[in-house]
Design a protein around this ligand. Sequence first.
Ligand code: ACM
Length: 779
Amino acid sequence: MRNFVSSFPLMLLVVLLLSTMVASAAETPSPSLIPKPASLEPGRGAFIVDAATAIRIRPGDTELKAVADYLGDLVFRSHGLRLPVTTQRGQGSVIELRHATRAGKPESYRLDVGRKSARISAHSREGMLHGARTFWQLIGRVDGKETLAAPALRIVDAPRFAWRGIMLDSARHYQSPEFIRSYIDWMALHKLNVLHWHLTDDQAWRLEIKKYPRLTDIAAWRVPAGRAAAANIDPATGQPHRYGGFYSQDEVRAIVAHASARGVRIVPEIEMPGHASAPLAAYPQFAASTQPPKDVPADWGIYSHVYAVDDATFDFLEGVLDEVMALFPDEWIHIGGDEVEKHEWAESPQAQARMRELGLTEPKGLQGYFTQRIGRYLQAHGRRLVGWDEILEPGLADNAIVMSWRGVEGAMAATAKGYDSVLSPWPTLYFDNRQGSGGDEPPGRLRTISLEDVYRFDPLPDTMTTEQAKHLLGVQGNVWTEHIRTEPRVGWMTFPRAAAIAEMGWSQPEHRDWNDFLKRLPGQFARYDALGIPYADSIFAVQMKSQYQAGAAQVNVTLSTQAALGDIHYTLDGSAPDAESPRYSGALKLTPPSQLHAAAFVGTQRLSRPRAFVLSANASLRRSSAELKLCSEDIALGLEDEAPLIGTRAIFHLDIQNPCWIFEQANLDGIDRIAAMTGDVPFNFQIGEATKKIKLATPETDHGELLVHLDRCDGPLIARVPLPALSATGPATVLSAGALQSQHGHHDLCLRFAQHGIDPMLAIDWVQLLPAEAPTEAN
Ligand code: ACM
């Protein structure tokens, strides 16, 4: 073990590596801890972690042994060093885990790191786990190869809020049990402690219920929307292959045990009385309507189907909840309650009879009755009902928890009435919104909710009184997966925004500082990389804007990142940029064809994956779907094509309520044709009356046409390009080209489709303006 003097150069390195500040000598380095602890007192020197370091626990203490193994595993997976767990005093340095003698705040811990020993102490298992995570975050390499060290310091820490959650929608798209376990691990590393698991919805039921096997035989599966899925016939049944899956009770028990070991509570959500098409397709006898859904539907949006309000239906739901409560030991059970359409109750004689019995004049009142009845059942079993903010109606059980999603108003109203509440408001804490505008963002809602937007969300509205604030349990980010089909994309949409939720939920308000958080992010990304956590690097991803001047051989290229940290370095020879590559300091003038690779760096640490940009000779005449501007943004989506079933799918940007695009400032000199790669998407959206308002031009040919208007969408029509047929089994997008009336100068072009019906809806993959004589496929 080195003494302080001989380790001084090492300490400088520790400071450089672990510091998040570009610190002057007088400043105290602050390690890149996320979430930021309640108090941190720097010490002198560093604790070297090497092959002689052990984790020491009390003999026979299985709880501490589990935490020690957890810490050892994190260190091994991120740094390749195995730390033995011991109960003996020895020669080397030691990380001691110890129960605190005095009780403290829930989940609190204390960390004392000296030069020879480090001690993590807590009075609860949760606190112990948090302490281990913080210690793991402190460890960094100090000589580029061998030595690991943590800076000497003292941390005394506890969370601001008890509920620091992420909601994962496993109904719209299914994730494997292995993925769910990893996801819990990733959350836990952020000190996030609630997985709100959205297990049922219109499009699927994912939980095995032994008493009602059709919930998984039938309701866990659907035929995805679109021609390709319909044509994908399963030879065993002669019917289209079904998409889906469910979690068996054994799998759920393993997941719950895993979450518990990590200190994460799982709040299962079983949606009722709406968002229930899938279970009602399996058990139509429990539907309010005499025309329940025949199949599990594949549309997104809000269906009218609701459960009946008769005793048999409540028996069914109670039977389901009995098994849910047996599987999920936590007191909180979420019953949804959002977006309940009341038409089916209004039309049901049996619901009307229930209304008369209850003295209700409006079917609306039946939701209150429904929630109260289920709430009483849960309460009788020692559980607390959680629901979306629509459950806040007179008569709601006192111990219910209201999850505020329609803004923060639900939390304001609920806490004013003395109910506990969790904030997860749309749109800021909705992680189905994309977090950047780069061309490589995965599909999602096109509204940008950046990491900074999430970070700056104030979890305690100033209009909330101190009395109300006592009922605010915490905060939660919601990962709705209609447009998040794959597991890596779930990771991308969740992280690092979950790190912002973590700090919002854990750290004291005086420690919440966006610029400071930003400086700690590279350290967080390095940890994500070390553990293989899928995440979005959108915040540091380089984006390029190019400006072509008429008649000029060179193109003006500007580079930027969402957040300004570090420097952008780039190459023009196809090689990957490093910190030695030219530094970007202002607009570049490039001569096409050329290629540019760029990434952002702090010192030698690369902050984001390099991005590649190709400037082709006539790139100014081409726009991808993502580069076209939408005419409106009512329901603006980055929507993945539903085909091909295997392989890469196009991502179309469109407003499904108004499919219309603008090619801004096109240089039309010498242009006499337009080529387009187009595809189509199933119109699988339940948006009610809004569907009737979607404007589509009348086609003149069998498969419709791409229309081009000059300057404005009601300007002169300068091209009508007939489209070829799209087949179920052929390519998912097709190329077409047609004449465009000659014009001069720069103009906006408005692009729309003339098409025979709304489903499927035509969409643009890319368009290209073509000079006279250019081959159609030129790009
Ligand atoms: C919700 O987003 N419908 C809770």
